[in-house]
Design a protein around this ligand. Structure first.
Ligand code: MEV
Length: 440
């Protein structure tokens, strides 16, 4: 093993690239050229991106697409989506168009409450701790006033602080379980700052609390951090239409199609192996919007999957039923999103994506994102229970295969045309490309 590098973060960008290229790649010159090819020609824009993280050497592109015709509560949206998977934007657009003429997506925010916790240990009597926390509460609130003033002006702030006895889980373990409203901000910094202040006040107040006089360290704070599990920051999206309105589009009568859709969702409600893939399809839509709008997709993913497992079994996030002659298809997801703060005003493409969406409030963005997730789920299931997923998926993947094989524009045009009437598979594409390149 070679020696670890010292002081890498202090290297210039050029030095970092050279070091990486020489140490880890077979063709350093090519590596350097490739990394620089992805730099933005506008120095100021490049510097902005360089400064988002540490040790930046280049930019990593994802395609930014747009799925138009989303009728959400009567308003028409074109939804920006950043994603690499070939068929996602096409499927979202198709589902949006389909539901656009059937009443569109109805969405509703069910809650916007976020959570954070101060995790601490206390070795003494739980009744004494309870009395202490009650006594300390005015100081906790007062000490955090400087942090909460702005948020309160915007209609948010601390909603509740509760002492939770968690000794069943771990000896001596307690929490301050805290709830917040953060308006249009995702709120991570606000929540974490508040929590750290609560912890500091708790420790300071404990030092002078008479009943703790004989204790060395009554409150041992381990950590203070928001939770990405946000079951009360929840949004619902729904589509519905008379079963007869499903007659035309799926190669079978509407009733059979609706029944097959309901069964597909029932399987995802009963069977975790299927539920994970089912929900992954929903996240294809959700993540793409979350990324395009500069939100934290890791936080969203963690929270959504925890929510899907809240019953103790991992289940579908969406539901389907046939009721009163209607097919009803809905989704509930926890989405802690922001439309101010973070990258939202900083990343030019994020700013533009939000503008395309009409500069939505955070709750409105929750609704739009949930609609994209439901559309994606509808698109995937409607293929799965009819012609299968590969026909559409491989059609969209065709260009990737052709690009991988270095196909010319002329070859691409010919083969795209050919595969309009033939099933795409990797081997069939290779064969047709070969025939084209070696006729006779
Ligand atoms: C692929 O990215 C997503 C699907 O697997 C979702 C699903 O199976 O429902 C098609």
């Amino acid at each position: 093993m070679s020696d670890p590098v010292q002081g890498f973060s202090r290297f210039t960008k050029e030095e970092k690239i050279q070091w990486i290229a020489r140490r880890y790649t077979a063709h350093p010159q090519q590596t350097e050229e490739l990394l620089k090819k992805y730099w933005n020609a506008d120095d100021q824009l490049q510097r902005l991106h360089d400064e988002f993280i540490e040790n930046t050497i280049s930019n990593f592109y994802l395609p930014l697409g747009v799925a138009p015709n989303f009728n959400i509560n009567g308003d028409l949206y074109a939804i920006p989506m950043a994603i690499e998977e070939s068929s996602v934007v096409a499927a979202a657009s198709k589902a949006a168009k389909f539901w656009g003429s059937r009443g569109g997506f109805r969405t509703r925010v069910l809650g916007t409450r976020k959570v954070g916790q101060v995790h601490f240990r206390f070795p003494g009597d739980p009744g004494t701790l309870k009395a202490f926390v009650e006594a300390a509460m005015p100081a906790i609130m007062q000490d955090s006033e400087g942090l909460t003033r702005n948020m309160e002006r915007r209609g948010g702030g601390i909603s509740s602080i509760t002492l939770r006895d968690k000794r069943n889980a771990l000896p001596g373990y307690y929490q301050l379980h805290c709830e917040f409203e953060t308006r249009d901000a995702m709120g991570a910094n606000f929540i974490n700052s508040c929590l750290e202040q609560f912890a500091a006040t708790l420790v300071a107040e404990a030092r002078t609390y008479p009943a703790f006089r004989d204790m060395d360290q009554p409150i041992e704070v381990l950590m203070s951090i928001l939770s990405n599990y946000v079951p009360d920051c929840l949004v619902r999206a729904e589509v519905r239409c008379p079963v007869a309105d499903l007659d035309q589009d799926f190669g079978m009568d509407g009733k059979t199609f609706a029944k097959r859709m309901v069964q597909a969702v029932q399987i995802a409600e009963a069977e975790p192996f299927r539920a994970v893939t089912h929900n992954k399809g929903i996240m294809n839509g959700i993540d793409a919007v979350v990324i395009a709008t500069g939100n934290d997709f890791r936080a969203v993913e963690a929270g959504v999957h925890a929510y899907a497992a809240r019953s103790g079994t991992y289940r579908s996030l969406s539901h389907a039923e046939i009721s009163e002659g209607e097919f009803r298809f809905s989704l509930e997801v926890p989405l802690a999103l922001g439309t101010v703060g973070g990258l939202t005003q900083l990343h030019p493409l994020v700013k533009m994506a939000l503008e395309i969406l009409g500069n939505p409030s955070a709750p409105k963005l929750m609704e739009i994102t949930a609609a994209a997730g439901l559309a994606q789920n509808f698109g995937a299931l409607s293929s799965l229970v009819t012609v299968g997923i590969q026909r559409g998926h491989m059609k969209m993947h065709l260009l990737n295969i052709l690009n991988q094989q270095g196909a010319s524009q002329q070859e691409k045009e010919y083969l795209i045309d050919y595969f309009r009437t033939h099933t795409v598979s990797h081997s069939e594409v290779m064969e047709q490309l070969n025939l084209l390149r070696n006729p006779g």
